[in-house]
Write a protein that binds this ligand. Structure first.
Ligand SMILES: *Cc1c(COP(=O)(O)O)cnc(C)c1O
Length: 375
């Protein structure tokens, strides 16, 4: 088996090629490269899908987070609670805006924010919390929203890895991830669950005033052309990306389902193995498996990765260094943080190929070989 990849976007494209090619051609012929009709249509369709009032597209997921924090009008020194166990972008934007990131630990089973850790991290300076729906699983939002409400703290969801996921509240009602905080953010980076063929991102909100502000910040702080009300940035979703994303949005549920089927296969093969912990599926979350991430005990992870590679099986460590140990964030007192679960996971996790086109033959090859190696 020669062609295994972490994410196989070539094969996915082959299955939607005719539709995508036509859509791209249409944009090129219309020459509406920036702000074309597909951008508005995609925003409307995504808002419908998520059950939110406003979707504001932008250039990438990092910008989405930055613009969201700018729109909240936070001041330098305000504290923002985030997990350390996340992609750097979540925290980088906090530091970039001269806000203070405050790191919390995660739960060892879900890899997402631990609620006790969040409660302990709250001070009078806490102005925002960024829950990260890591690997495609929703954070336990009900208790988080309650804590935030009690202390009047804004919740900005980082939904870059979980678009399509659903959270179920204790009364049985459901909401899409990204639609529960005051602002939700996502990325359309090609390998994300809803990925374009280049960069892209979006913000979601039900608040009319915030929506206007997000839109304004993403567009040089202007509502009326050449009249700039506030310092903003230039962050746009290309029309070509929007046209592609419209097609892929229609397939998103099917894509999430395909990922879950692949995860089912992995789960079954690795079940009850003493050296392997399969990903936990929290009862409140519809897991959309952006990543399929195992914990390995009693076997050297580097050796495992190397032996998998020898058999043409790619694997990845998301993430080898947690944010609180990154040099970039040194000034925020990394040395003072005690995040035992984050540190423990960092040494154990390994992610296997996960995408929408995995065949049973490939899954069999991956699982059989991994089990053979690990013994
Ligand atoms: C990918 C990702 C981002 C950033 O998205 P970009 O489009 O690459 O800027 C932010 N947060 C998380 C958790 C991500 O996985």
């Amino acid at each position: 088996m020669q062609h295994l990849q972490m994410v196989d976007l070539k094969r996915q494209y082959q299955n939607i090629k005719a539709e995508v090619d036509t859509a791209i051609q249409h944009v090129i012929e219309s020459a509406a490269f920036i702000g074309g009709p597909d951008v508005q249509s995609f925003s409307t369709e995504l808002a419908q899908y998520l059950g939110v009032k406003h979707v504001i597209p932008c250039a990438n997921g990092t910008d989405a987070l930055q613009i969201a924090l700018m729109a909240l009008g936070l001041k330098p020194g305000d504290e923002v609670i985030t997990p350390s166990y996340t992609y750097i972008a979540t925290v980088e934007v906090v530091a970039l805006l001269r806000l203070t990131p405050v790191f919390v630990d995660v739960d060892p089973d879900t890899y997402t924010m631990n609620m006790d850790s969040v409660k302990k991290a709250i001070t009078s300076k806490t102005k925002a919390i960024i829950p990260v729906h890591l690997y495609g699983q929703s954070v336990n939002m009900e208790p988080l929203l309650a804590i935030a409400k009690e202390h009047n703290i804004a919740v900005v969801e980082d939904n870059a890895q979980a678009i399509g996921s659903t959270y179920t509240f204790s009364n049985g009602s459901t909401a899409k991830t990204g639609a529960m905080g005051v602002i939700g953010c996502t990325s359309f980076f090609p390998s994300k669950n809803l990925g374009g063929y280049g960069d892209g991102g979006a913000m979601f909100t039900n608040d009319d005033e915030l929506a206007a502000k997000l839109k304004m910040i993403a567009n040089h702080g202007q509502q009326v052309r050449y009249y700039h009300e506030m310092v903003g940035c230039n962050s746009r979703l290309d029309t070509i990306q929007a046209a592609i994303l419209r097609i892929k949005l229609r397939k998103l549920d099917e894509y999430c389902y395909a990922r879950r089927k692949a995860a089912d296969y992995y789960d079954k093969a690795f079940k009850n193995h003493p050296k392997i912990t399969t990903p936990y599926r929290a009862p409140y979350s519809y897991h959309v498996f952006h990543q399929y991430t195992l914990q390995i005990d009693g076997f050297d992870r580097d050796v495992l990765q190397q032996k998998l590679a020898e058999r043409n099986i790619p694997s990845m460590i998301y993430y080898p260094v947690p944010c609180h140990k990154q040099n970039m964030l040194k000034e925020f007192g990394s040395a003072n943080y005690v995040l035992p679960v984050t540190d423990m996971l960092q040494d154990k996790v390994i992610s296997l190929p996960m995408h929408t086109e995995l065949t049973e033959e490939e899954l069999e090859y991956i699982t059989k070989n991994l089990l053979e190696i690990i013994g």
